[in-house]
Design a protein around this ligand. Sequence first.
Ligand SMILES: Nc1ncnc2c1ncn2[C@@H]1O[C@H](COP(=O)(O)OP(=O)(O)O)[C@@H](O)[C@H]1O
Ligand SMILES: [Mg+2]
Length: 261
Amino acid sequence: MLSVENLRVVYHDVISVLNGISLSVRQGEVLIIIGANGAGKTTLLRSVAGMIDFYDGDIIEGDIKVGDSSIKGLGPTDIMRRCGLTYVMEDRPVFWYLTIEENLGAAAFSRWDREVRKDMEKVLTYFPPLKSLRHKKAGYASGGEQQMLAIAMALMTKPRILLLDEPSLGLAPLVTEEVFGIIKRLNQSGISVVLVEQNAHAALEIGTRGYVMELGRIVLEGKAEELASNKDVREFYLGSGEKSRRSYRDARRYKRRKRWL
Ligand SMILES: Nc1ncnc2c1ncn2[C@@H]1O[C@H](COP(=O)(O)OP(=O)(O)O)[C@@H](O)[C@H]1O
Ligand SMILES: [Mg+2]
């Protein structure tokens, strides 16, 4: 459905961040991408969503395809309209001074049809907490509610593929569970999902397949349950390895030996 082929991305012409990433997203799956801070996960999503140039980044090699056609070089609105691919950025980008409803209306900017109101009601059924807050300003909503709103806004674009950047960041475990439950239900309704997460544990539970990124490369890939039981994944991303290689230096030495770094 979506494929990334040997993607290389640099910022400011010199900072090389993605060093040949290839991956594919299959129709109907929840693809998980995990990896340490700075691995390039956000850069990957920005590149796929057509937003890398806003950050002074460039795709210097490789291609991104939806189906058979390349989307490299298209802007985010084109990618959204033509390919049904919508990106929910990290840090819950919602308009604080608009109400929940107004946020949802604003998110439908790329559409011309008259079904916006109807779709808003449909979208809200996935997010019970938002329903009761619909006339409240988003700035007063909790972190979890804002995250739900950010996802709800993405749904107003009627995506077929949803890219989510660390939706669990800063949320309490129970709220994370609620948000992930919603993501799962959205997936069951037919939306393919790419989920970038630090919270590897919760993510791998709802995922079908996953990739592990380190320093701009893919170092591991597999089915979600395989990754969840993989010894290295458990140690570095789930914090539950048998042997504790606790110091930062030890961890780096180990990863280097595995040729991840
Ligand atoms: N706009 C930018 N300009 C320069 N460097 C950037 C920019 N955005 C991110 N980076 C750098 O790229 C690397 C990868 O960042 P990012 O994609 O945000 O990683 P992740 O999401 O995995 O934490 C980091 O070293 C980061 O400092
Ligand atoms: Mg990030």
